[in-house]
Design a protein. Structure first.
Length: 95
């Protein structure tokens, strides 16, 4: 059955093996957030899975569209007070 047809209310098991130190690390982080181990792990795994899939997005455009897109990326930002302040701000390791 394709994933899109599975109802949200249907729960399935996901089993993994981990070293004790990995489990303890996960438990410590989950506890800090007031989450269960399962909720923490599932949320973290789904977030990573979404990032991986979104990084694989592929767009097909014609040469003219790509040239206009590239020109927009190459154009410098207009100077603003916020940008000037940002550029004058020292990095935390420079203070």
């Amino acid at each position: 059955m394709p994933h899109a047809q599975i109802r949200e209310s249907v729960s399935v098991s996901i089993n993994i093996r981990a070293k004790a130190r990995q489990r303890d690390l996960i438990d410590q982080a989950a506890d800090r957030l007031g989450r269960s181990r399962s909720d923490f792990m599932l949320e973290a795994a789904c977030r990573e899975a979404e990032d991986v899939l979104l990084d694989q997005a592929f767009f097909t455009v014609d040469v003219g569209t790509f040239a206009r897109f590239q020109a927009l990326l190459d154009r410098p930002l207009p100077p603003t007070d916020k940008l000037r302040r940002l550029l004058k701000t020292k990095a935390p390791w420079e203070k």
